[in-house]
Design a protein. Structure first.
Length: 319
């Protein structure tokens, strides 16, 4: 019988029994006999909790972090997120200072990200490339939604003389995935990739309203506050979400820009699955040019959102 020592566990080749063992300072894998090659059994993910000792569990609970962390990946993601927020190119020293890490810690990670095309270097300064943008647009569900929606969004913009954008929920925030400018001489709209609040925007209310209670609770628990976001009491937010669900849309004054009325309707998919919110930030002309009124534009948004829902597989919404 061969016995192998691993971190915090003893495995026997004759018995599936797993029993605690006093661990060495770091993980070691070695056979008892020098000439024997170690044979290890691949651990199925379902068995992973079974090999955690009480000490592991206590350590994990105290730190609030999983023991399956990947520090190198964390460093790479930290670099990408930092550069995504930076308006200027950064040097290695600037990146290390802002991340609170040494240059030695991040040097190889930065070089690797550059070689893989995620970063662009210019005289020892770094910025993000467009690779992440390309990856996002290759994501099949979003690509299908956007490619289907864009022709109808152009129709909406031309008929309403307003800009329009399409938003989806992602990780506690609302993100703009498609946008069409008004055909007017000027346009007011949100850029593709822009992040907006989940709790104080019309699109956020729509994305929350057409989910079941469990999904809604999960979304609110993951809510990420945006710069300038206004406070709202939970009870008031719940009333607004319920009103949005009953009306089938959201129509509210912008809580970010004075004079803008936000119109938002849901785009549904198969099995009543919430996909996106179709939005128009309505601005009113005050000169002699006569454009469609707010009520007329709302009717157009409702028509286009119902059409998109049917195209995305919904058989009942908006009928």
């Amino acid at each position: 019988m061969k016995i192998y020592f691993t971190n915090k566990m003893v495995f026997s080749s004759k018995s599936p029994t797993i029993r605690p063992h006093q661990p060495p300072a770091f993980a070691i894998l070695r056979p008892l006999h020098q000439n024997a090659m170690p044979r290890t059994r691949k651990l199925h993910p379902a068995e992973a909790p079974a090999v955690q000792t009480a000490a592991d569990h206590e350590e994990e609970s105290a730190s609030g972090k999983t023991r399956y962390a990947a520090p190198a990946l964390d460093k790479g993601l930290d670099i990408l997120e930092l550069l995504s927020r930076s308006e200027q190119m950064l040097t290695l020293n600037q990146i290390s200072r802002q991340l609170g890490r040494s240059v030695n810690e991040i040097f190889r990670m930065v070089v690797t990200l550059e070689q893989r095309g995620y970063l662009v270097a210019d005289n020892d300064h770094y910025r993000l490339s467009l690779k992440l943008f390309e990856l996002a647009h290759h994501h099949q569900p979003i690509r299908s939604l956007v490619s289907t929606a864009l022709p109808h969004m152009r129709e909406l913009a031309n008929r309403s003389m307003q800009s329009t954008h399409l938003t989806v929920y992602e990780a506690g925030r609302v993100i703009v995935v498609a946008q069409v400018d008004s055909p007017e001489r000027w346009a007011f709209g949100l850029k593709v990739g822009a992040l907006v609040s989940l709790t104080d925007t019309a699109s956020g209310h729509v994305l929350l309203a057409f989910r079941d209670q469990a999904e809604r609770a999960s979304m609110l628990a993951a809510h990420v506050r945006m710069d300038g976001e206004q406070e709202i009491e939970t009870a008031q937010l719940m009333r607004q979400i319920e009103d949005t669900r009953k009306r089938g849309h959201s129509r509210m004054e912008s809580r970010q820009i004075r004079g803008v009325i936000n119109l938002s309707y849901p785009v549904m998919g198969a099995n009543d699955r919430m996909l996106a919110a179709l939005n128009v930030p309505y601005i009113e002309r005050i000169d002699k040019k006569v454009n469609p009124s707010l009520d007329e534009v709302q009717g157009i948004v409702q028509e286009i959102s119902a059409r998109l829902s049917r195209l995305m597989g919904d058989s009942s919404f908006g009928s």
